[in-house]
Design a protein around this ligand. Structure first.
Ligand code: SF4
Ligand code: SF4
Length: 401
């Protein structure tokens, strides 16, 4: 992880112009036209140009037809096509964002909801349009001290990058507060950027706007450079992706962890603290970024299995076969567009599968998912049977104090 595993391919920007000089571009040339990518895509049937057709149009010099289509608005950046491609072509991380960017440059008629989220993120540093002064407001109710680097710039072991939804969204703030309490109980020496932090920028890139992503990355890198710490830990799988795969282009070299991978490393010290029995049947939703993009399949399950009383049951689609919540690649801000098109909401498809397990808790590990799944539970009438809880909330609840 971090410096040791840094891939030299990640330290240079890949563009459509230099694509075929790079390893990823050369992989695109090996496409078999097998159609696995289209078959595995949750919205493959809705796309005029799934990944297979984009590559065939590229080979035929007909990309202008692809650019003129709104086909890729249905791409929720779920990494399923990348994970299943027999040629290991990085469709989600490289090829599709490059094509989306060209669509945006030509059309500039994105659905209003997505356009507003991108503009708001550029202006305020978060998609909710909240002032930066409120970004650390959640810490006053955390119940434990949470240090901000700007108020106390002493070095820390961990710089915890909280991200937007856990900083501002009321339900996300509860998760941030639970995470702070778990860190505290483990004696982790951490500090946050607080009001100095801005969106890490991954969804800006995966949802068409590379310029926005680059602006946010440069801002955050400058802030990170002000402070001393040994590693960055983030609770956002999309932020994790940004730091691992995008920030190296502009010099990011810090060791990196997701909150759950950090906690899993402390499992021996964590277990004796988990003393309250939770009588829950839990099913865990593998987030696309944490699971099939970064292969963190076992760490969340090890943490859940360490909680006394928890009975873990699996959904039909789990680990590499997980079903996307529909929030990536701009999907967070495209629900109205998808509804108008008559597409099934992916969060509702997934919640029906979660309910079918008989579980009464859906455990999550992504800052996008609580709002999507809590809403989907209400829509399908499952909110009396099941609640949505972040894994850190379950750990915190079991640490009876
Ligand atoms: S799965 Fe891979 S090899 Fe098969 S058509 Fe899609 S991009 Fe080409
Ligand atoms: S990343 Fe997911 S949604 Fe996008 S094209 Fe691939 S399979 Fe479809």
């Amino acid at each position: 992880m971090g410096i040791a595993r840094l891939d030299p391919e990640l330290t240079c920007e890949i563009t459509l112009e230099n694509l075929f000089e790079r390893r990823e571009g050369q992989r695109v040339l090996t496409c078999l036209q097998c159609g696995t990518c289209a078959a595995t895509c949750p919205y493959g049937e809705q796309m005029d140009y799934p990944a297979r057709r984009i590559i065939s149009m590229m080979r035929a010099g007909l990309l202008d037809e692809v650019y003129a289509s709104d086909s890729l608005l249905a791409c929720v950046a779920c990494y399923a096509c990348k994970a299943k491609c027999p040629r290991k072509i990085d469709l989600t991380g490289v090829l599709l964002p490059l094509i989306k960017e060209q669509v945006l440059l030509r059309r500039r008629d994105l659905p209003a909801e997505l356009q507003k989220a991108l503009e708001t993120t550029l202006r305020y540093g978060n998609p909710m349009g909240e002032t930066s002064r409120k970004r650390e407001a959640w810490i006053k109710d955390a119940g434990v001290p949470v240090r901000t680097f700007h108020s106390d710039p002493r070095p820390a072991d961990v710089l915890w990058f909280v991200e937007c939804y856990d900083s501002y969204y009321p339900r996300g703030q509860k998760i941030a507060q639970a995470t702070a309490r778990v860190f505290h109980a483990l004696g982790i020496d951490f500090a946050i950027l607080g009001n100095e932090e801005k969106c890490a920028g991954e969804c800006g890139r995966l949802s068409w706007e590379t310029g926005l992503s680059n602006t946010l990355m440069e801002y955050n890198m400058a802030i990170l450079g002000k402070y001393q710490f040994n590693r960055i830990v983030t609770s956002g799988p999309h932020a994790y992706d940004a730091f691992k795969y995008r920030y190296p282009v502009i010099g990011f070299r810090y060791p990196l962890e997701h909150t759950l991978t950090l906690l899993a490393q402390h499992l021996d010290r964590l277990k004796p603290l988990l003393i309250k029995k939770l009588d829950y049947t839990v099913t865990y939703h593998d987030s696309c970024c944490l699971s099939r993009h970064n292969s963190f399949y076992e760490e969340p399950r090890a943490l859940l299995n360490a909680i006394p009383g928890v009975r873990l049951v699996e959904m039909t689609h789990n680990r590499i076969n997980t079903l996307c919540c529909g929030g990536g690649g701009g999907g967070m801000w495209l629900d109205t567009y998808y509804k108008a098109k008559g597409y099934e909401r992916l969060s509702e498809r997934r919640i029906k599968e979660a309910l079918a397990t008989g579980a009464n808790v859906l455990a999550i590990a992504c800052d996008y998912e609580f709002s999507r799944f809590e809403d989907a539970l209400k829509v399908v009438g499952g909110d009396k049977q099941m609640v949505v809880r972040d894994i850190t909330e379950l750990l915190d609840e079991s640490m009876e104090r």
